[in-house]
Design a protein around this ligand. Sequence first.
Ligand code: NAD
Ligand code: MG
Length: 398
Amino acid sequence: MKRQGIAVLGSTGSIGLSTLDVLRRHPERYRVVALTAFSQVERLFDQIRAFRPEVAVMVDPDAAAQLAERVRGAGLATTVLAGAEALSEVVRLEEVDQVMAAIVGAAGLLPTLAAAEAGKRILLANKEALVMSGNLLLEATRRSGARLLPIDSEHNAIFQCLPDHFEQGLETVGVHQILLTGSGGPFRTLPLEQLAHVTPDQACAHPNWSMGRKISVDSATMMNKGLELIEACLLFRTTPDRIRIVVHPQSLIHSMVQYVDGSVLAQLGQPDMRTPIAHALAWPERMTAGVEPLDFYQVGNLDFEAPDPERFPALRLAEAAARQGGTAPTVLNAANEVAVQAFLDGRIPFTRIAELVAAVMEAIESVAATDLETILNVDRQAREAARQQLAQQDGKPS
Ligand code: NAD
Ligand code: MG
C-alpha cells in the first residue's frame, strides 16, 4: 500500500499533538509532508526533527526566520516557509493526500478551503471554518470530489452512527433526530451568581477533555455546543429541529442518532481525541489510536439532563443564528472569537461573552452567504463591531 501523505495545519496545538501521536504509531501507513504553526518555534522544530516533513510553515515571520535557522543548523532538509499564504500552498502539494484542519478560529478558513478545492481528504477539527463559511466549504468539497470527515468528537460519533448514504437526507434514511451530547463544562453546577467572577484558568479547566484555551472557554459557555449545532446542520444537511442537545457530564457517549423505529445508536469511548482522529485517518478501515479500551466495569453511571438556558445563553444565540442562516453564523462566530479573547485577556467577565455576541448579532444584519468575499467582509465587520463594544465599555468609568 502506498503511504498516505499528510499535512497537519496547527500541528503545535492540542489536536495537532494528538494527530502526530496517532501518526507516529503508523509509519507504514502515513508520512508527514507538511507541518504548520503560528509561532511556537521550539515545538515545531522538535516535530520537524521527529517527522522530517518536506515543508514546514510558520505564520509569524520572525518565528519563521528563527525556525529556518534552527532547521539549517541541525542539517535537516525541511523547507521552512513564512506567512499565512504558505498554509494554502502546502495543502495543495501533490504529495498531500489528507489535510488535518486543526487551526483554531477563522484563520483556518482559507487553507481549509484551499484543501477542499484541491480535492484533498479533509479531516475537519476547525469547526469555526465551517460555521463561518456556511455551505461554501461543503460546496467546494463537492465540486472537487474531496471527502470531508468530521474530527469534532460529536460529529465523528454521529457520522459513525449514520448509514453510508445519509447524504440522501436524514428523513430518507429513517433518522428521527440527532442527539448532540455535551458535558456542560466546568460551570454546570456552579451557583449562577458566581459565574460573573470565574477566571480564565477556571474556565479552561475542563472536567473531561484537555483542549486549547479558546475551545475550553467555548465549552464553559456552551457556545462550543452552539457552534457544533450549526456544524451538525451543515455536515448532516439538517435543521435545528432535528437536533436535540443533551447534557451528559461523563463525556463517554460522544453523541447519538435516534431512528424512527425507536432505535438509538450511540458512539462511546474515552474522552480522547485520538479516537476520532484515528477513525477519520483510517476510514473506512480501523486502526489503533493508543487509546485504552473503555472498561464498562469501571464506567459507573451515565447521566443526562437538559441544558439550562439561563446558565448557557450562548445556546439560544447559536440556535437563532442556525435558523437565520446566511451570514448570521459568520457574525456569531466572529463576535464570539473577539469576546473569548477579551475574556482570556482579563478585559471582560465571563458572563459578558454571550452579551457581547448578542449585541453584535443585533447590530449586524444577516445577508446571503453566497461567496467568500461577502463572508470575509461580514467577518471583519462583526469583529469591528465587537471591538467597538469593548472600547465603549473600557471608556466607561467603573
Ligand atoms: P490550540 O489552540 O491548542 O491549537 C491551535 C493551533 O492553531 C496551533 O498549532 C497554532 O499554532 C495554530 N494557530 C493559531 N492561530 C493561528 C493563525 N492565526 N494562523 C495559523 N495557525 C494558527 O487549539 P485546539 O484545541 O487544538 O483546537 C483546534 C481546532 O480544533 C479548533 O477549531 C477547535 O474548536 C477544534 N477542536 C478541538 C478539540 C480539542 O480537543 N482540542 C476538539 C474538537 C474540536
Ligand atoms: Mg466537540
